[in-house]
Write a protein that binds this ligand. Structure first.
Ligand SMILES: *Cc1c(COP(=O)(O)O)cnc(C)c1O
Length: 408
């Protein structure tokens, strides 16, 4: 079977909308267009019913009650609301210290930096060479004045899965609010707010085959009841925590996406994806030398492969495999030449970080696409290494690190 090009292997950045999600959304953009807050006519009731059903679907995916789901514009907003809103509310009675991790998503790190501007002190925990943080590190960092801890479930670059349940238990015991960014985990591994001991949890539809621009924040209502401050003010929607007319079609799509994500966890779909990912890693290793897996091999999402191809610069690699959409830890996000801060936090050296490629497989990835991608990557790596004087020296047994590059 011929594969259709280009091939999408960047499912950590976003995922395509599942056609079944689109089908569920369409009526809510035309016929069922009411404002879900209009309580006095059938247009509003119909929209409200769509929102209620979706709230149940999303709550079920994470083992929550529908009353605990707050709709947001995406996980960037969910993380802002949880971290800034949670810290501000609780600072009054407890203090101004927050704990998070160096490898978190920018939406978390920048929320923490905003708190620093407001006079909070933030501890950024380091990770080990596998990308993991321990419950003991969190316990040691908690102080009298700590109000909130935020640790992501699965990392968006390296797919590493943190010990959330154990970290949550530490926070619960110490009476500190625990937030978890579970965007990359939902639909790939089980996410249950009770098992995970979390108080606040962020998710996003477009990372799980739903539409962009809709997310949710789980806010715990049972004991201990969690209080946070809103960031957006208006009509008092979403229990006053997030005002604004609900985007009914997006919410309905998110609900359908959540239902489909639950199916994936029991249908064998996750194992199908894991099988393709493992086959890719094994085959690449059989055919190429000097490959380095970034992040833990065992505590890892089934759809993530992040590899450094020594002596092959990431940007050059992406150009050489143009028909395959991936991303690289080399991609310069700013004017600086600094590679991925996540890889650097693991202690990956700068040169090797620049050679990293992230493969993100998904629901629509096929065996044929993986075969094609493997072959393309092997060809590209061989070609680029053949052109590399450094690679040639390494082949000749020269220790590159010992070379004095500059004549004095
Ligand atoms: C994509 C992502 C976000 C941001 O979500 P948006 O809905 O795009 O705002 C936050 N955290 C992680 C881990 C992500 O992968």
């Amino acid at each position: 079977m011929a594969v259709e090009l280009p091939i999408y292997l960047d499912n950590h950045a976003t995922t395509p909308l599942d056609p079944r999600v689109l089908e569920a959304m369409l009526p809510y953009m035309t016929k069922v267009f009411g404002n879900a807050s209009s309580r006095n006519h059938s247009f509003g009731w119909a929209a409200g019913e769509g929102v209620n059903a979706a709230r149940e679907q999303v709550a079920k995916l994470i083992g929550a009650s529908s009353k605990e789901i707050i709709w947001t514009s995406g996980a960037t907003e969910s993380n802002n609301l949880a971290i800034i809103g949670g810290a501000r509310f609780n600072a009054r009675k407890k203090g101004k210290h927050v704990i998070t991790v160096l490898t978190e998503h920018k939406a978390t790190l920048d929320s923490a930096h905003q708190l620093e501007k407001e006079g909070f002190e933030v501890t950024f925990l380091e990770v080990d060479d596998q990308g993991l943080v321990t419950p003991e590190q969190v316990a040691a960092a908690i102080r009298e004045d700590t109000v909130l801890v935020s640790v992501m479930y699965a990392n968006n670059e390296i797919g590493v899965i943190q010990p959330i349940s154990e970290i949550g238990a530490v926070c619960r015991e110490k009476g500190v609010i625990f937030h978890c960014d579970a965007v990359q985990a939902t639909g790939k591994i089980p996410v249950n707010v009770a098992d995970l001991n979390v108080d606040l949890l962020s998710i996003s539809a477009h990372k799980m085959y739903g539409p962009k621009g809709i997310g949710a924040l789980y806010v715990r209502r049972g004991r201990p009841r969690i209080r946070i401050e809103p960031l957006i003010f208006g009509g008092g929607h979403e229990r006053g925590l997030r005002s604004g007319t609900l985007a009914v079609h997006q919410i309905v799509g998110f609900g359908k996406a959540a239902e489909l994500a639950m199916d994936d966890l029991v249908s064998g779909e996750i194992e199908r994806v894991r099988g393709m990912r493992d086959r890719m890693w094994t085959t690449l290793q059989e055919n190429l030398d000097e490959l380095y897996l970034n992040g833990s091999e065992t505590n890892r999402l089934p759809n993530n492969l992040n590899v450094s191809f020594a002596y092959v610069e990431g940007e050059a690699m992406m150009m050489a495999i143009k028909d395959i959409a991936v991303s690289s830890g080399s991609a310069c996000t700013s004017a600086s030449l600094e590679p991925s801060y996540v890889l650097r936090a693991l202690g990956v050296d700068v040169e090797l970080a620049h050679t990293s490629i992230r493969f993100g497989l998904g629901r629509f990835t096929t065996d044929e696409e993986i075969d094609y991608a493997i072959a393309e990557v092997i060809t590209a790596v061989n070609k680029l290494r053949d052109m590399s004087p450094l690679w040639e020296m390494v082949q000749d047994g020269i220790d590159i690190k010992s070379i004095q590059w500059e004549a004095h």
